[in-house]
Design a protein. Structure first.
Length: 285
């Protein structure tokens, strides 16, 4: 009898050791490092801390968000494996789609799409189209931003203008938020920005955004996705994907999505990037 009791206690102890405790991250497990560029998610740091804590709890593994200035830094680190995943722009995803795996696609206003907004000062009604900006000052986000660089240059090329000589001066702001501020403050006559960022800022910082207006917008393009590097294991990929997709199904996750002005994260759908791929094939880089 004592022998059986001893074996029973031993098995119970083993099960307690093997079963993870929900909500407690295994500190011995390396963190999942997820990259972000300011051009995608320019939100207060506390939001990233809360999102990191949420994912850490749900995955039972540390999750750390890593912010970088440019997409090129993110793509380099993804390929090297120092980042396991990243929220990237449409252009970096398309140009690296053989080395990245689509993890999830954000859904904004019930659609996985966004636009490039050409914006100008709300007080300047003379600008009706990008052709009215000849000899003006223009703010780009960065050279790998689809909505903040590729699209306005594409518009100019379609009108047979040379993007490199059309404006009197151009400069990089390194975030859509700062491009909006540049137009709002009169540092730039116009800019091209991510519609998601402009509309999110309109809710969070109306005093800034209301000094700008939308001149025109692009066609629909697939929303900037969250991708994973090839070095992420299949098990980690599926756990992270499932956790992100399920965020809108619990109160804490839904609250985080609301603060990001997103509805949810969806499963990958490669078809939504076909329009952007076709445009890039016609546009000299």
């Amino acid at each position: 009898m004592f022998l059986y009791l001893k074996r029973y206690v031993r098995w119970i102890a083993l099960l307690i050791f093997l079963v993870p405790v929900t909500g407690l991250a295994d500190t011995n497990t390396p963190p999942i490092r997820i990259g972000l560029a300011a051009v995608v998610l320019d939100r207060p740091g506390v939001l990233l801390d809360d999102w990191s804590d949420y994912l850490t709890k749900e995955l039972n593994q540390p999750v750390k968000f890593v912010q970088r200035r440019s997409y090129s830094e993110l793509t380099d680190e993804l390929e090297k494996g120092s980042l396991q995943a990243s929220w990237v722009c449409t252009y970096p995803y398309i140009t690296h789609r053989d080395t990245f795996r689509l993890l999830v696609i954000p859904v904004f206003k019930n659609q996985p799409i966004y636009h490039s907004y050409l914006i100008a000062s709300a007080n300047n009604n003379t600008i009706k189209d990008i052709s009215d900006l000849q000899g003006k000052v223009f703010a780009y986000t960065e050279s790998e931003s689809f909505s903040g660089y590729i699209i306005p240059r594409y518009w100019l090329e379609k009108l047979n203008f040379n993007p490199d000589s059309f404006f009197r001066m151009t400069f990089f702001t390194w975030s859509h938020k700062d491009s909006i501020i540049a137009v709002s403050d009169g540092l730039a006559d116009a800019a091209a920005v991510d519609s998601y960022v402009w509309e999110s800022m309109q809710k969070d910082f109306p005093e800034i955004v209301n000094k700008t207006r939308i001149v025109t917008q692009s066609k629909d393009f697939g929303f900037p996705p969250i991708v994973a590097g090839l070095k992420m294991t299949k098990a980690t990929f599926l756990r992270l994907q499932t956790t992100l997709i399920n965020m809108n199904r619990d109160p804490e996750g839904k609250s985080l999505l609301h603060r990001m002005h997103l509805d949810r994260f969806d499963m990958p759908d490669y078809k939504i990037y076909k329009t952007a791929i076709k445009l890039l094939e016609k546009t000299p880089q």
